[in-house]
Design a protein around this ligand. Structure first.
Ligand code: TXA
Ligand code: MG
Length: 342
């Protein structure tokens, strides 16, 4: 199929109208959100939702996030909406927070991969909201990458993975946050973060009090995964990636890369002088987590396209957005990590 490229801006709503009508008639459109690009389909149309799994090569047991433009629609999608959900929604929506609740009968089984819960988010990007409104239905949308690849933060990334496999992509420019939403489950009285993301755990705790971090966020999952997406190697370049955690990560990497014929390095601005003559890509200053979030996935894609035999990555500091960055890098590395005691 021919994938249409639709440009969108605030002054012109043509693209939103076209994208909305493709979604309403059962097609697939990649849409910009503030986190990453999503691959949208009518969440109430089982056949359209099936097409998402096929286009991405996504395992059937990995549920999708349902996107709405109006927080008031939450009560249609969920069997009950606890007070904590209302509090988080009113503080962080529209924005990079996904809330999991018990699902209502309206949600088709394949959206939730057979679970009794549904994940819901109101995106902040004007284009995402205009498209959802134009479609006139809730929009199921996973990240618009081939399964396992880094999430797309530009329309060009989407086309690299999905050109010819989807009806259209709406180009709304680079994503502002650059990492996916935080996923929290509030189902069955729980308050557990399944995936750290654009809203930090500290911000969430300031609204609803103590929350827990699922064990699979920083360790390989064992047994049944609370969030099925967390059990796969993900965000991953084609070659081996080793994550190096510690103050002196760059120095350690410099000593290791001699053993490889075509190493790539993911580091911080401050490290670049050390890597003269080495293919090193910076994702921003060491303490500027927001810019690292914006740059991580495109840096991984760039290094991947260059065909290295190994990539070494410096680990961002913990806490705040650093938790989300580390979670993505651990998965890209399939948990191969070197911890330096420095
Ligand atoms: O920022 C985002 O969240 C982006 C944009 C497009 O909104 N979407 C996104 O979707 O990252 P996806 O499918 O790539 O990641 C959704 C994650 C997966 O790990 C999935 O397993 C989990 O959310 N998830 C979805 N529904 C769930 C449910 N009912 N229970 C547990 N985990 C769920
Ligand atoms: Mg994804």
């Amino acid at each position: 199929m021919l994938t249409k490229l639709l440009k969108i801006n605030k002054a012109d709503s043509d693209a939103a109208r076209i994208a909305g009508s493709i979604i309403a008639s059962g097609g697939l459109v990649a849409i910009p959100t503030e986190t990453v690009y999503g691959l949208g389909a009518n969440a109430l149309d089982t056949k359209a939702v099936d097409k998402i799994f096929i286009a991405k090569g996504r395992p059937q047991d990995n549920p999708l996030i349902v996107h709405i433009a109006d927080p008031g629609q939450l009560s249609l999608l969920c069997a009950r909406v606890p007070q904590d959900a209302l509090a988080l929604a009113s503080r962080f929506w529209p924005g990079p927070l996904t809330i999991i609740l018990e699902k209502s009968a309206l949600i088709p089984e394949n959206v939730c991969a057979g679970l009794e819960t549904v994940a819901v988010r109101v995106p902040a990007h004007f284009a995402a909201r205009e498209i959802i409104e134009a479609a006139g239905c809730p929009v199921a949308a996973p990240s618009a990458n081939l399964s396992g690849r880094p999430s797309p933060t530009t329309a060009a990334h989407v086309l690299d993975d999905l050109d010819g496999r989807i009806d259209a992509v709406v180009d709304g420019g680079p994503c502002e946050v650059g990492l996916e939403s935080t996923v929290i489950t509030l189902a069955l009285g729980e308050r557990r973060i399944l995936r750290p993301g654009g809203v930090t755990s500290e911000q969430i705790e300031s609204v609803i009090g103590k929350v827990t971090m699922d064990a699979s966020v920083f360790s390989p999952h064992e047994g049944v995964a609370a969030s099925p997406g967390m059990k796969y190697r993900h965000y991953a370049p084609g070659c081996r990636l080793v994550l190096v955690d510690g103050q002196h990560a760059a120095g350690y990497i410099l000593s290791r890369i001699k053993d490889f014929s075509s190493p790539g390095v993911l580091c911080f601005d401050e490290d670049l002088p050390l890597f003269e003559g080495v293919r090193a890509v910076s994702i921003g200053r060491r303490l500027d987590l927001a810019s690292q979030a914006t740059g991580l996935f495109s840096a991984l894609r760039r290094l991947d396209a260059e065909g290295h035999d190994i990539i070494f990555a410096c680990c961002p500091p913990s806490g705040g957005l650093g938790d989300a960055l580390k979670n993505r890098l651990l998965r890209a590395a399939a948990f191969e990590t070197v911890f330096l005691n420095d």
